[in-house]
Design a protein around this ligand. Structure first.
Ligand SMILES: C[S@@+](CC[C@H](N)C(=O)[O-])C[C@H]1O[C@@H](n2cnc3c(N)ncnc32)[C@H](O)[C@@H]1O
Length: 325
């Protein structure tokens, strides 16, 4: 056994945290990941902020068994569809290895980055069953989606758990950019006495969101199709507002200040450079709040996942003060 620095996360967050650590080149592959009833302990080569609790533990040296055939190259697995990174040079070679896994049926390669208002990406078919719809399971919920027509990434599963853990039964939660519903449905299912208002502008995402509410037998959800600025008008006293539109959240912040209750929490996502992950954004949020006659203070600031070289998808949770300024 060897003592090592590690990241400790709740069990359901283990796999996505492991993937984030691989992307950050921080996973210590020489040691075996270990777990207890509630937590996974992942050995890391350097300290990392924002992915879980840092600590030290004793680990066994890793063996060579590997349940997945080794795939050299980056890909994302959504249900039984694998999407190979657009920069990979040998997609067919990767597809041949991936299709040996019994749970993988279809292989695409991304041909564009996630882009546009609906945050979708172009893909080209490589091999396997020709289909774009799949069912993805996460945190005890299932989601039907079309990988070419809606935004979805499994890499936010830890984040969805983290936000859900902050909600209470009885809360009103507004998910302004809900997509096919992975935040909304998990929250509504976890807290049957909460009330979730889920908004998205993409009609196809809304179609799947409705279907996913049915699949997961969710009743305490109201689904609204359209621009979040218009669709949230008239809401008052939200306890939590989730703003998962990292490239343009600031455009909507003013509207959000109109619906959040004093003492309520806004979960604000952004893309940030490693040179200034949080300070600049926090200052901008505070300035925006002052204009709305509000005072805010941040409760938590964390890296959600790496986004591009030197850039990170981050989240700032901030609370609106109950004091009037
Ligand atoms: C980054 S995705 C997040 C989706 C979802 N929260 C998730 O975790 O999978 C952003 C979503 O915002 C939606 N969107 C973009 N602009 C919007 C707007 N003005 N009003 C409402 N939704 C919008 C997109 O269609 C997309 O589904």
């Amino acid at each position: 056994m060897i003592e090592s620095l590690c990241v400790k996360v709740p069990r359901p967050a283990g796999e996505s945290t492991r993937k984030s650590l691989i992307e950050l080149h921080l996973l210590d592959n020489n040691l075996k990941i270990k777990s207890n009833k509630h937590y996974i302990f992942i050995p890391v080569s350097k300290p990392i902020e924002g992915l879980g609790e840092l600590g030290t533990e004793f680990f066994e040296i890793a063996g060579h068994e590997n349940p997945m055939p080794p795939v050299s190259g980056a890909y994302e697995l959504i249900g039984d569809i694998a999407i190979i990174d657009q920069h990979e040079k040998n997609p067919l070679e990767m597809a041949n290895v991936l299709l040996k896994h019994k749970n993988i049926k279809t292989i695409f390669q991304a041909t564009s980055a996630v882009s546009g208002e609906y945050r979708t990406r172009e893909v080209s078919f490589i091999k396997g069953e020709k289909k774009t719809e799949t069912i993805y399971r996460e945190n005890g919920c299932k989601y039907l989606l079309d990988v070419t027509q809606v935004y979805f990434t499994p890499r936010l599963s830890t984040e969805r758990m983290r936000i859900t853990a902050q909600v209470k039964n009885g809360d009103t939660v507004v998910d302004m950019f809900a997509g096919i519903g992975p935040f909304s449905i998990l929250i509504a299912k976890t807290y049957p006495d909460s009330y979730v208002i889920a908004v998205d502008k993409n009609p196809v995402a809304i179609k799947y969101l409705r279907e996913n509410a049915r699949l997961n037998k969710i009743k305490n959800i109201e689904i609204r199709e359209g621009d979040a600025k218009n669709e949230i008008k008239g809401i008052s006293d939200a306890d939590h507002v989730i703003m998962n539109l990292p490239h343009s959240g600031f455009e909507f912040l003013d509207s959000t200040f109109g619906i959040i209750k004093r003492g309520g929490i806004i979960h604000f996502y952004a893309i940030s450079h490693e040179a200034d992950l949080f300070e600049g954004l926090t200052g901008e949020i505070e300035a925006c709040a002052r204009k709305a006659g509000l005072q805010v203070f941040s409760l938590d600031r964390r890296i959600v996942r790496p986004y591009a070289p030197y850039q990170y998808n981050i989240c700032i949770d901030f609370q609106v003060s109950s004091q009037v300024i």
